[in-house]
Write a protein that binds this ligand. Structure first.
Ligand SMILES: *[C@@H]1O[C@H](CO)[C@@H](O)[C@H](O)[C@H]1NC(C)=O
Ligand SMILES: *[C@@H]1O[C@H](CO)[C@@H](O)[C@H](O)[C@H]1NC(C)=O
Ligand SMILES: *[C@@H]1O[C@H](CO)[C@@H](O)[C@H](O)[C@H]1NC(C)=O
Ligand SMILES: *[C@@H]1O[C@H](CO)[C@@H](O)[C@H](O)[C@H]1NC(C)=O
Ligand SMILES: *[C@@H]1O[C@H](CO)[C@@H](O)[C@H](O)[C@H]1NC(C)=O
Ligand SMILES: *[C@@H]1O[C@H](CO)[C@@H](O)[C@H](O)[C@H]1NC(C)=O
Length: 318
């Protein structure tokens, strides 16, 4: 079947993404060595000023290095080109993860388009989307906010650059006008792109949208790359990592406490990131909005013209 070649091609490019490599390194299966990425939990109960100081008292973080992960082979789905790493802490004395898990779902794409679920990031062929979902774990506070430390590979002596893009178009992600991205300029160049929004329900909607804040990127100690043969194969000269924090939600809600659910998505790929064009709807609205004053000007001009003409007619009569 001709359909078979496309999927494998999709995975091939997607798997080269620096972020995905770091994620593989970070996690799942302990495949590529040790890491220090963590899942943070904060109590926002007494936070009165959520905007300026979004985080409250911090609980001891969950280190993903101390998670056990499912056998990814079981979750590989060739039809959707997806796979899920699902994990929980190996030692769970409080039983917080008895009914819960932290899942990383990776989906590769062989054509361009948008997923049905928000944030509906535009993807092109050979990119992949990573969805991080915390589901069913018992929070330690009544109003717990969660955060994630994301580690990536550095670039030369520095870190990849972080950019914020603003648009007037929120058709695909209601009320979110910002797109954040991390760009690796040099080879292997790559990107990571996300909307600053997470969702507190499986069916993401405006009602369940939580703000997602990212901290600046800092160089960190190398994540023991020597133990990571796959990563070293691609990043021979890069011996340091960079990390930043993402935090999800605000004390005012919606929050994880609603349904014990939190998901956040990011698009990963090599080369240049896809660029969101203005949607036809927004172009239409702009045409109307800009068009109406233009029409009025035109009408005004005609009126003036007619007025003048009449003036001159009167003059000629005199
Ligand atoms: C919140 O504030 C109240 C009153 O100041 C205090 O009694 C309570 O322990 C605080 N709760 C937390 C979780 O910090
Ligand atoms: C993993 O757990 C062990 C034992 O609880 C602890 O000594 C170690 O520091 C933990 N690792 C990380 C990276 O937190
Ligand atoms: C994962 O599962 C596959 C088949 O289900 C098996 O062949 C493989 O050995 C398993 N891997 C691990 C690490 O358990
Ligand atoms: C896990 O689920 C079972 C059955 O739904 C329930 O009885 C138990 O209290 C839950 N445990 C936790 C820690 O939420
Ligand atoms: C959560 O709220 C309940 C009832 O309001 C209270 O009894 C409990 O102490 C709170 N728990 C925490 C961890 O703040
Ligand atoms: C992320 O936040 C935690 C807790 O607030 C902090 O210990 C850690 O250094 C932060 N990491 C980065 C890369 O900013």
């Amino acid at each position: 079947m001709s359909g078979y070649e496309k999927p494998s091609r999709g995975w091939g490019f997607c798997a080269l993404s620096p972020v995905l490599l770091s994620l593989l390194m970070a996690a799942p299966l302990g495949l590529l060595g040790e890491e220090t990425r963590q899942l943070f939990e904060f109590d926002s109960t007494n936070m009165s000023d959520a905007a300026s100081r979004p985080l409250g008292k911090s609980y001891p973080p969950y280190s993903l290095a101390n998670f056990s992960w499912n056998n990814i082979t079981d979750s590989l789905d060739p039809a959707t080109l997806s796979a899920t790493f699902r994990g929980h802490p190996i030692r769970d004395p409080t039983g917080a993860f008895t009914n819960g898990s932290l899942a990383f779902r990776v989906q590769a794409f062989s054509t361009s388009g948008r997923p049905a679920q928000p944030p509906r990031l535009l993807h092109s062929a050979d990119t992949c989307q990573l969805e991080v979902a915390l589901v069913g774990a018992s929070p330690r506070g009544n109003r717990s906010l969660f955060g994630l430390e994301v580690a990536t590979l550095g670039q030369g002596p520095g870190c990849p650059s972080m950019q914020e893009q603003h648009s007037i178009d929120d058709e695909y992600t209601p009320a979110v006008f910002q797109l954040d991205q991390l760009l690796w300029g040099s080879l292997p160049s790559g990107f990571m792109q996300w909307r600053p929004v997470a969702f507190s329900q499986k069916r993401g909607s405006r009602d369940s949208a939580m703000p997602c804040q990212s901290s600046p990127l800092h160089p960190t100690l190398a994540y023991l790359l020597p133990q990571s043969p796959i990563v070293r194969a691609f990043f021979k000269t890069q011996d340091h990592s960079c990390a930043f924090n993402l935090t999800f939600g605000a004390s005012t809600g919606p929050g994880y406490w609603d349904q014990h659910y939190l998901s956040w998505s990011v698009l990963l790929g090599v080369g240049t990131p896809p660029v969101d064009a203005l949607s036809p709807l927004v172009l239409g609205i702009m045409a109307v909005a800009l068009g109406a004053p233009a029409l009025m000007l035109l009408a005004g001009g005609l009126f003036l013209l007619l007025g003048r003409k009449r003036d001159s007619e009167y003059q000629s009569i005199n």
